[in-house]
Design a protein around this ligand. Structure first.
Ligand code: NDP
Length: 256
């Protein structure tokens, strides 16, 4: 039996029109999975779906603002009918950040980051649990951040959502192992996407960041997607409850 394949698997990837989510959609589909994704911008979603279709990738999508509880329910309803009550792979990817110091965060900032990054990931796991279980072999991937592993000096609210996700990864791994559902978290350092392009464009910031990174560069979305795909394959069947950094060595570097 092939171990490095996703043939015959079904997947939901949140936030798949840009950045890391988009790379994950494409990686999973190229390994043979049938993928559904979502985003808020209908035009960008339709454009992406056309591009994937012309590449021969089996990807569908719907508009969903995953900070809305009701829209999360709707999305899982769609997945339920699309994939016949089963789902192999859930990738909780979509997330947002605001770079401020702890005292600067407003109540509104706090609620927004919690809703998009943590509430949605937790609720999607709850909603998808019966479908993951029905599939006979489920894999949950969280796109977390190194900000949930070490302190980056700002963006505290973002960091606590990612730290919480890393703990959620471990709890689900133990609680749902009996349902043959694995749960792993990927914690990237800077990856070239629209989320952080304004930061990467700042020369001083960029150089400070690179000086702490042993590989001396930022990452590409594909370099995160390859790990996501592996963690969904039979090849990784004994790996669960792990937080794996994709960070060019940043979190193990004590020498900057
Ligand atoms: P991008 O902003 O480039 O892409 C985010 C994607 O998610 C888009 O497709 C966006 O589409 C969608 N999205 C955002 N908010 C929502 C929402 N409320 N409802 C539905 N879809 C949404 O982000 P990245 O690819 O950089 O980030 C992806 C994940 O990776 C995040 O969780 C982030 O925290 C994490 N990460 C990123 C790092 C980086 O350096 N880039 C480093 C560490 C972690 P639309 O806006 O149209 O809804």
């Amino acid at each position: 039996k092939l171990r490095w394949t996703l043939e015959g698997r079904t997947a939901l990837v949140t936030g798949g029109t840009r950045g890391i989510g988009r790379a994950v959609v494409e990686e999973l589909a190229r390994f043979g999975a049938v993928v559904h994704t979502c985003s808020r911008n209908e035009e960008e979603l339709n454009k992406s779906l056309k591009e994937w279709q012309s590449e021969g990738l089996r990807v569908t999508g719907s508009v969903c603002d995953l900070s809305s509880r009701e829209q999360r329910h709707q999305l899982i309803e769609e997945i339920n009918s699309l994939f016949g009550g089963k789902l192999n792979i859930l990738v909780n990817n979509a997330g947002t950040s605001i770079k401020k110091t702890t005292v600067e965060f407003t109540e509104e900032d706090y609620r927004k980051i919690m809703a998009v990054n943590l509430d949605s990931a937790y609720h999607f796991c709850q909603l998808a649990h019966p479908l993951l279980k029905n599939s006979g072999s489920g894999s949950i991937i969280f796109i977390s951040s190194v900000a949930g592993v070490v302190s980056l000096g700002s963006s505290t609210v973002y960091a606590i959502t990612k730290g919480a996700i890393n703990q959620l990864t471990k709890n689900l791994a133990c609680e749902w192992a009996k349902d043959n559902i694995r749960s792993n978290s990927i914690a990237p350092w800077y990856i070239k996407t629209s989320l952080v392009e304004h930061l990467l464009g700042n020369k001083e910031f960029y150089e400070g960041m690179i000086s702490r990174t042993p590989l001396e560069r930022v990452g590409e979305p594909e370099e995160v997607a390859s790990l996501a795909a592996f963690l969904c394959m039979p090849a990784s069947s004994y790996i669960t409850g792990q937080v794996i950094c994709v960070d060019g060595g940043m979190t193990v570097n004590g020498f900057f």
